[in-house]
Each structure stands twice: as structure tokens, then as C-alpha cells.
Design a protein around this ligand. Structure first.
Ligand code: TTP
Ligand code: MG
Length: 415
């Protein structure tokens, strides 16, 4: 009998967007859709391909290839320069969507995440259903495809997501690991570079099945202790299943650009209040607290300055953040100066549950924390800013130019 999946198994999901930069370009420029598209250096210049659409990959174009070679392979491809600002923004949106699936997310790169799904099965269904949900959410909310892999650890999850691309979904349960790995080419393993690749071919090892016939001692002998141990473990599908969510975000920030430069202190105060609530809510949704609050302002001549304040206690509390930002605004002589943009940021982030500050938390802070939790629940159900604290009026929308849209809602954000 085939062993069935066990609810107590540790399961990791790895998700990677397909042809990320190129897909964003194809999504946003209708005329690029379905065509070979290369994002990277300008043809005729030195420099390389950052990535290319799957249509361009059919011609043999690949990331890191000199752009001149890409032109030779497919002269009629569309060549565009990267727009990192836009890709970073889409990347944050992807991670926001993924947080709807699980709070335990590790950002591995701009388009890649590890997610612990062990605890989600009773709630969301089988590993395949969870993986499909993540894919569907990204497809529906952001119109992008990704490939997802699920496995008992990081290595298997990553190999599984690479297994079928684009738009793939591969689930490898613990009893399937060896069967999945054995036929795999050695080059798919982590840490196989030019040098190690040469040793593998000299030894006649081209797949994992063959690698598995070598003892630990002999692998250490050929590759050195560290690499030898790593290849020995990888051949058996042994790897860490630990997800490190703290690295998911190093900072959180939101900003607002005004349609006309603003010097009105009431408008600026309300704007900073709204932005403070917004970053606070974002930190709470990621179960993070911050030890540093940042105020950013841009003057009409585009000069941009930031001022920051370290806090005695980590917080994700609207009022504490706003009070710090307001103090920074006043202390730094920004009052009465016309501003083009204001922003509020949080850094020095730490996991809310692990905060050492819990030991010095006062009754009042704990009560406030509960109140915010309740408010966030209402706001997430009925729309952001359904309720908040009474002291701030909402900034009238016609004074703001807002960037970023999701689910038909307008929102300010850069973070
Ligand atoms: P990848 O996930 O490696 O590549 P990809 O998303 O373009 O394609 P796929 O995952 O479907 O194979 O990298 C993510 C982005 O990082 C990619 O869109 C562009 C950028 N990148 C570079 O700029 N240079 C590189 O050499 C690589 C590999 C990626
Ligand atoms: Mg990718």
C-alpha cells in the first residue's frame, strides 16, 4: 500500500514567478504579449540578458547571456531595459498576496519565496490544494504565473518548483522523494559549479542515482568535507525545513505624493497619521514590530531627506508610530515648508512574538494591542480605514496622487 500523506509531516512550499521581469512587461504592455521579449542591456552595447519571456527561450536565449548573442539568436525579439522600481513594487505585491496564504514566509529573492505550509492542511486542504490556491491568488490578483513546488524540506520544494516551469505545480511527499531525485541530473543540485561539475564528469556521475552509490568518505575525499557532506545529504533528499520569516522584510514603508506641493500643516498631519496607521497595520499583518521609525520628505525641487528615531520599545502601534513621526517632522524644521511627498517607514523589524519587549510590556500596551488586532480584523473585512482612532480626519483624496492599486482599491505604498 502506498503510504498516505501524514498531517504531522513537515511541508515546505517554494514558489518562483515565471520569467519575472519579462512577465511584468508582457502583462503591462499589451503589444508584448505572446512575443519573444528580452529584458536587459541595450542591443549594440556590452551587457547581458537579465531575463526573457518563454517565447524568447525557444530561441535559446537565457539569463546572463551577452545581449549580442541574444540578438543573433532572435533578431526580431523585443528588447527592453529593466524597470527595477516597477519590478520591486510588483514583488512586494506578490509577497502581500502570499501572506494571505500563510504568515510564515521567507523571501529568498525578488520573485521567490519559501513558505511553511505544515500547519495549513487542516485549514486549507491538501498540499496540492494549498499550492494551487497560492498560484490562483497570484494569477487573479496580479495576472502573473508562477511555478510552485512542495516537499518535506527546502531542497525538495525548490527542485519541485523548478521541475515544471512555467505555470507548474509539483508536490513531492516524503515517500516520493527518492523516486523524484534519482533520475535528476547532477547539475540540478545546489553547489554544482564549473569545478565540481568537472569532478563529477571525471567520476562518471551524471545523475543522483549514481551519486548515491558513493560513500560519505569518498565524496569528502573528492570534493572536500563541506561539499562532500552536502552532496551526500542532497542525494538522499536531506535538507533543512526551516523557514526564516524575519528576512521577509527588512523595512516597511508607505508614501504619498501630493498632486500640488503641500504646506498646510493640517493636511500634512493627517497624511502622516494615515501613513503611520498604514505601516502599523502592515507590520501587524506580518506579525512584526519595529525599533526604528523613519520620516521621509521630498521638497518641490525633488531633494529628498529622511530622518529616523530609534524607539525604546519595539512597536507596531499606530499612535506610537505617528507620535514619533510627528516629533521628527516638527524637530527637523519641516513645518510650513511646502512638500511634494511624505513617507513613513519602519525598520529594525523583529518578530512580534519573539520581542524581548514582551517582558516589559505594560498592561496598557497589551490592551492597545488587542484593540488594534480587533480593528485590523474589521478593516480587512470591510476595507482599509473602515475604522481608526478618532483624532485623525481622512486626508481628502483629491490632494493625493496615489500609487498602487489592488482589488479596485486605491492605496499609497512603496514598501
Ligand atoms: P529567476 O527566477 O531566476 O528567473 P525568471 O523569473 O526570469 O525565470 P524563471 O523563474 O521562469 O526561470 O530570476 C528572477 C528575476 O531576476 C528575473 O526575472 C530577472 C532577474 N535576474 C537577473 O537580472 N539576472 C540573472 O542572471 C537572473 C538569473 C535573474
Ligand atoms: Mg523566476
Amino acid at each position: 500500500m502506498i503510504p498516505m500523506e501524514n498531517f504531522n509531516d513537515r511541508l515546505v512550499m517554494h514558489l518562483d514567478l515565471d520569467a519575472f521581469f519579462a512577465s511584468v512587461e508582457q502583462r503591462d504592455q499589451a503589444e508584448y504579449a505572446g512575443k519573444p521579449l528580452v529584458v536587459g542591456a541595450r542591443p549594440g552595447n556590452r551587457g547581458v540578458v537579465a531575463t526573457c519571456s518563454y517565447e524568447a527561450r525557444r530561441y535559446g536565449i537565457r539569463s546572463a547571456m551577452p545581449i549580442s548573442e541574444a540578438v543573433k539568436l532572435c533578431p526580431h525579439a523585443i528588447f527592453v531595459r529593466p524597470d527595477m522600481k516597477r519590478y520591486n513594487k510588483v514583488s512586494s505585491q506578490v509577497f502581500e498576496v502570499l501572506r494571505e496564504v500563510s504568515p510564515v514566509i521567507e523571501k529568498a529573492s525578488i520573485d521567490e519565496a519559501y513558505i511553511d505550509i505544515s500547519g495549513l492542511r487542516r485549514l486549507l486542504g491538501s498540499p496540492r490544494e494549498i499550492a494551487m490556491q497560492a498560484k490562483q491568488r497570484i494569477q487573479q490578483q496580479l495576472r502573473l504565473t508562477c511555478s510552485v513546488g512542495v516537499g518535506p524540506n527546502r531542497l525538495i520544494a525548490k527542485l519541485a518548483s523548478e521541475f515544471r516551469k512555467p505555470d507548474g505545480c509539483t508536490v513531492i511527499l516524503p515517500h516520493e522523494v527518492q523516486r523524484f531525485l534519482d533520475p535528476m541530473p547532477i547539475r540540478n543540485l545546489r553547489g554544482v559549479g564549473k569545478q565540481t561539475g568537472k569532478i563529477f564528469s571525471k567520476l562518471g556521475i551524471s545523475d543522483v542515482r549514481t551519486l548515491r552509490q558513493y560513500s560519505l568518505e569518498s565524496l569528502k575525499h573528492h570534493f572536500g568535507t563541506k561539499a562532500g557532506m552536502s552532496f551526500y545529504a542532497q542525494a538522499r533528499g536531506q535538507a533543512s525545513a526551516e523557514i526564516r520569516p524575519a528576512s521577509a522584510s527588512k523595512s516597511i514603508s508607505k508614501e504619498t505624493t501630493f498632486a500640488v506641493d503641500q504646506a498646510d500643516i493640517a493636511v500634512l498631519k493627517n497624511g502622516l497619521h494615515t501613513l503611520s496607521s498604514s505601516v502599523a497595520r502592515s507590520a501587524r499583518s506580518k506579525q512584526l514590530t519595529a525599533t526604528v521609525v523613519v520620516l521621509k520628505v521630498r521638497f518641490p525641487d525633488f531633494e529628498t531627506v529622511t530622518r529616523q528615531q530609534r524607539l525604546p520599545l519595539a512597536t507596531n502601534n499606530d499612535r506610537e508610530i505617528f507620535e514619533t513621526v510627528w516629533q521628527l517632522y516638527r524637530q527637523n524644521g519641516f513645518e510650513h515648508k511646502p512638500l511634494r511627498l511624505i513617507g513613513v517607514g519602519l525598520s529594525g523589524l523583529q518578530s512580534a512574538g519573539e520581542s524581548a519587549d514582551l517582558f516589559v510590556e505594560t498592561e496598557q500596551r497589551i490592551a492597545q494591542g488587542r484593540l488594534y488586532h480587533a480593528m485590523d480584523k474589521i478593516n480587512s473585512k470591510y476595507g482599509a480605514e473602515s475604522i481608526g482612532f478618532g483624532s485623525h480626519q481622512k486626508v481628502s483624496h483629491d490632494t493625493l496622487t496615489q500609487t498602487g492599486r489592488r482589488a479596485g482599491k486605491r492605496r499609497d505604498e512603496t514598501g
